[in-house]
Ligand binder design. Structure first.
Ligand code: Z15
Length: 831
């Protein structure tokens, strides 16, 4: 097939007009779903609509493939164990620029567009910030027209579905593929084999060269499933390529021939477990063999796929690093360093030095956390049993690396111990962050403070070795999903006020600044926030059965539940307010609705107990007529991308209250701010940069700084030094069983932790937080002041577009020029 050089032709099938859409929709209902209206379900209608949109994606996808094949330029490969995409339909309509037309077309067919949108099960193939960042990045890569591939795992079950039963989190499996997935295309012709386990042996090849042969214990096949990723209103459709694990046919054949049918079936079942389920931990590793196998599986499949692309484009493997820039999203894909070495040295017989040069020029590593429990280390024996050849390769990388260290730092034995890829203090481990650092030409953190702490703390020795490798790339989020799609009322107002160039160039929001002083504009701004709150209140009523007052301040903390994020600090303050109101029924308190949402890792008992406490407080407060006209507490079950899209537009106060120095960046903080919520937050992660941008007077700051946290700990933190009478009342109320029907022990693990050994310094920050919350209430009562602050938050949030982040990666790390795409039609492509 060859693209023909002529002007684009509007295909009848893929035109963007309302009429073409209606036709396509009815066509798909008949020929794809095989239903007629009397029998069709809402899901059939959704599928029919999705397929109509998909045709438009495919046209852009083919056009993009043609442009990239012709240009042959550098391609970014984003390696990530997680892609938390959220629903595709609405986003694709936004990026095609046809959301309004399609909405009308569906309405004219007598259907409810929002009901159809709600049919889509979101692909929840990630845990939280890290997976969602990957999704924002591939959106921005496509919008900036940078050739790129996202590589990951097509988990059959994504992040679990959270239900709340009697206040406790319950997990249900996420059967997101139940009704099929219209956004993916299976590419069985590009399947690859991945080996695992077994042992290695030496042999001499036909040229009498000494080589290593890896005799695997088992083999799986990786089958790619592709999802086209559209840019915003351009012709680019990049690819998200996710691998499903299957059994190789030859394998069950041989077992079957030996008469062992049961064995063949077990082999098949085992193979498929590799891509069966996402590990539901955010920022804490479990050290399970299957997890290492998953990581290696997708990394090996992806590197082999990239080598196939080189072959197709007739490029020699010596130029791998010129063709591809690979970004490692945390250490989860860091085994890629050893795998690329294996492929180049063992399979393609390149000399070690040349292979190492290619490898180091290919990879870049992003670190996302400073928490010690999140730094991946694999027990040596486990590692060896899964990847015997890679362990030898890592030993060789390490030996050469430590030789370099020895010369650079003459006589510094302890530095060798600290830098080694193998941790030998007691049980031996492979340190994945060290492998990533040694095998990458750049290393970055995800916010200014985080990158500084990396250089001077966690990766200090690497920084002293290679200062030039380090840089900061502050995170961002896509304004397409997090504003244009999720906040249509705001998008309309912005369109009237400043046009819609901001969707592609978020810095243009600065044009709003003067309007903060325009009373009529402020009025419209408030009306929009209010309408969003009314809509959200209806949703809460439906989901939780709780009536919340849209006149009250909507105070929101949504994110994974973790002690370092300090949801317990928030709920302690809620209890303090409750106590104040019960002690003085006439206390003049700003009415508030406290909204919480987030999942706890299933084995993280304390996080689950925090959820139980929030729900227990909610049960008491919401039923108590003495306060429930002024205080409400809501725990929104199953916080995910879809629910995020509902909550950010309605939020007025954004809770970003992590212990300073613990939250690498945060990205929810950005979504709130661009949607006009004010932040109450610590000097942590990107909060610092948000405050810098929006102005200290438009941000509610409290708490210890990272430096003060470190000092407090160095001196020996004693929670009781920070006890106040009010805090004492709060803890006593919990321990008295007031929120647990008289059970005085239920929350003991939580309160004892806070009282005796709290690494997150909740008590140390409690007073500062309570005081700051008083300032929030005061500001809220000055309606014009608050509105002005809100407008300025949106106006000054331009920096936090992931387009800016990706431009920085592009300029400083990848050096992959953009390649604009000319739209082809079917007429342009001849077989
Ligand atoms: C995760 O979601 C993050 C870091 C991790 O190391 C893991 Cl395993 C998961 C988050 C950070 O906590 C958050 O601060 C950051 O904004 C996000 O990654 C994206 O960089």
């Amino acid at each position: 097939m060859k693209p023909v050089e002529n002007e684009p032709y509007e295909d009848e099938r893929t035109a963007l007009t309302k009429e073409a859409f209606k036709r396509a929709f009815l066509d798909n209902l008949f020929y794809v779903q095989g239903k007629f209206p009397a029998l069709a379900t809402q899901n059939d209608y959704y599928q029919a609509l999705a397929c109509a949109v998909r045709d438009r994606l495919l046209q852009r996808w083919i056009s993009t493939a043609a442009a990239y094949t012709k240009q042959g330029s550098r391609t970014v490969a984003y390696f990530s164990a997680e892609f938390l995409m959220g629903p595709h339909l609405g986003n694709n309509l936004i990026n095609l620029g046809i959301y309004a037309q399609v909405r009308e077309a569906i309405a004219e067919l007598g259907l409810d567009f929002d009901t159809l949108l709600r049919q889509e099960e979101e692909p929840g193939l990630g845990n939280g910030g890290l997976g969602r960042l990957a999704a924002c990045f591939i959106d921005s890569l496509a919008t900036l027209e940078i050739p790129s591939l996202g590589y990951g795992i097509r988990y059959e079950f994504g992040i679990f579905h959270q239900e709340i039963v009697d206040g406790w989190q319950m997990e249900r499996t996420d059967k997101w593929l139940r009704f099929g997935n219209p956004w993916e295309i299976l590419r069985p012709e590009w399947a690859v084999e991945v080996r695992l386990g077994g042992h290695t042996e030496q042999y001499r090849d036909e040229h009498e060269r000494l080589r290593i042969r890896w005799v695997p214990g088992k083999v799986v096949v990786g089958v790619p499933y592709d999802t086209p990723i559209l840019g915003y209103r351009n012709n680019t459709a990049n690819t998200l390529r996710l691998w499903k694990a299957e059994a190789p046919e030859s394998f069950d054949f041989s077992t079957f021939n030996r008469g062992d049918y049961g064995g063949a079936v077990r082999q098949k079942v085992w193979s498929e477990t590799l891509s069966k389920v996402l590990y539901p931990n955010d920022e804490q590793i479990q050290g399970k063999t299957l997890r290492l196998e998953q990581q290696y599986f997708f990394v090996s499949a992806s590197l082999q796929d990239m080598m196939r692309i080189m072959r197709v484009q007739k490029l020699p493997l010596e130029r791998f690093h010129e063709k591809f820039a690979v970004q490692l999203n945390d250490t989860h894909p860091a085994i890629a360093v050893a795998e690329l070495m294996r492929l180049l040295v063992d399979e393609h017989v390149l000399p070690w030095e040349q292979a190492w040069d290619i490898t180091c020029k290919t990879f870049s590593y992003t670190n996302h956390t400073l928490l010690p429990e999140a730094l991946e280390c694999w027990p040596l024996e486990l590692f060896k049993s899964v990847l015997p050849r890679h362990l030898d390769i890592i030993y060789e990388i390490n030996a050469r690396f430590l030789d370099e260290v020895r010369i650079r730092f003459y006589g510094d034995e302890s530095r060798l111990v600290r830098l080694s890829l193998i941790d030998e203090n007691g049980e031996r481990y492979v340190r994945m962050a060290h492998l990533a650092c040694v095998g990458s030409h750049t290393i970055n953190g995800v916010a200014e403070l985080h990158s500084e702490l990396l250089k001077h703390d966690v990766l200090k020795d690497f920084y002293e070795m290679w200062p030039h490798k380090f840089s900061n790339k502050t995170n961002g989020v896509t304004p397409r999903r997090w504003m244009a799609l999720s906040n249509p009322r705001l998008t309309n107002l912005l369109g009237d006020a400043i046009g819609d160039a901001w969707i592609k160039n978020l810095d243009e929001l600065i044009e709003l600044e003067p309007l903060a002083d325009d009373a009529a504009f402020r009025q419209r701004w408030r009306e929009i926030k209010h309408a969003n709150k009314v809509e959200f209140a209806a949703f809460v009523k439906e989901r939780n059965g709780i009536a919340i007052d849209p006149q009250s301040l909507f105070d929101v903390q949504v994110k994974r539940i973790h002690e370092y994020k300090r949801q317990h600090l928030n709920i302690l303050h809620v209890i303090a307010l409750y106590h104040r109101l019960r002690s003085d029924p006439n206390a003049d308190i700003q009415p508030r609705t406290f909204i919480f949402g987030g999942k706890a890792a299933p084995a993280y008992h304390l996080a689950k107990l925090i959820i139980k406490l929030i729900n227990s407080v909610a049960d008491v407060v919401n039923r108590d007529p003495a306060v429930n006209d002024r205080l409400k507490v809501v725990f929104l079950p199953n916080f995910n991308v879809t629910n995020g899209q509902r909550v950010y537009p309605a939020a007025e106060l954004s809770e970003q209250i992590s212990t300073a120095g613990k939250e690498a960046s945060g990205t929810g903080n950005m979504k709130f701010s661009m949607n006009g919520a004010l932040t109450i937050g610590t000097m942590d992660g990107a909060n610092i940069e948000i405050r810098q941008e929006v102005g200290a007077e438009n941000f509610f700051l409290f708490g210890l700084t990272a430096e003060q946290v470190a000092q407090t700990k160095a001196r020996g933190y004693r929670p009781l030094d920070h006890m106040t009478p009010e805090l004492q009342e709060v803890i006593s109320l919990i321990n008295s069983g007031f929120f647990s029907r008289g059970d005085t022990e239920l929350f003991r693990a939580l309160t004892d932790g806070l009282l005796w050994h709290d690494p997150y310094l909740v008590f140390a920050d409690f007073e500062s937080y309570s005081e700051c919350q008083l300032q929030v209430s005061k500001a809220y009562r000055d309606v014009d002041r608050w509105t002005r602050m809100s407008i300025l938050n949106t106006a000054r949030s331009g920096k936090f577009s992931s387009d800016r982040t990706i431009r920085e990666y592009g300029a400083d790390i990848w050096r992959a020029p953009s390649v604009p795409v000319r739209l082809l039609s079917q007429q342009d492509v001849k077989v």
